[in-house]
Design a binder for this molecule. Structure first.
Ligand SMILES: [Zn+2]
Length: 213
């Protein structure tokens, strides 16, 4: 194998992240898996008070990509995922006044994983939009297991867990960035922490969201 091909294969393995079949070295998904992605269209949704947009539904191959980004440390995936977000994101969500703020991981999880996948996506979004990344939020307290909690308890557990980093300044306009959005509870508590610190407007961009909301 020529050296360059071998180097490329190390960065982006030439197999599909969803089904494991042969793929090209540049696309993270093979053609059939790409065809299976369910595109959500240009409309934004209001999730727990935050206007949100994501290109694809959280199911099938999109779920596999998110998992690979999160658990297998597939750093090369953040770039194509960010490219898909930028390609379809409504213009007003890429407000030139806004800063990109990654949804923070719990510190214990971040230590174990070694990176925050939302921060990786935000960095790639910044390269494509010219917006800056301001990693100004953090989670406090211990990771409370949410399994076994009721919905309202779960929302409360998340709601109390986010705050501005010590010494950080809240940007006036914020685009929250996450890999996947489901109920919007986390976005809501991020937005609450930011608004309490002076942020005027908060939107959110993600790679996938649960459809039907
Ligand atoms: Zn595939």
């Amino acid at each position: 194998m020529p050296l360059l091909t071998r180097a490329l294969a190390l960065i982006a393995p030439p197999f599909c992240w969803a089904c494991g079949s042969g793929s090209t070295a540049v696309e993270p998904l093979c053609r059939p898996c790409r065809a299976e992605l369910r595109w959500l269209g240009p409309e934004t949704v209001e999730l727990a008070g935050v206007e949100t947009w994501a290109p694809v539904a959280y199911e099938g191959p999109a779920r596999a990509l998110v998992r690979a980004l999160k658990f297998r440390g597939a750093a090369g995936l953040a770039a194509p995922m960010a490219a898909q977000i930028v390609a379809g994101a409504p213009q007003h969500l890429v407000d030139p006044r806004a800063a990109l703020v990654p949804v923070p991981l719990h510190p214990v999880r971040a230590r174990r994983r070694g990176f925050n996948q939302a921060e990786r996506l935000a960095t790639q979004l910044a390269r494509r939009t010219g917006l800056t990344v301001e990693d100004c939020l953090c989670r406090r307290g211990h990771a409370r297991r949410q399994v076994g909690l009721g919905r309202s308890e779960r929302l409360a557990a998340i709601a109390g867990a986010l705050e501005l980093r010590p010494g950080a300044r809240a940007p006036a306009f914020v685009v929250l960035v996450d890999d996947v959005v489901t109920t919007g509870a986390t976005l809501n508590s991020c937005a609450a922490a930011l608004r309490a610190a002076g942020t005027r407007q908060v939107w959110a961009l993600a790679y996938t969201r649960t459809p039907g909301r």
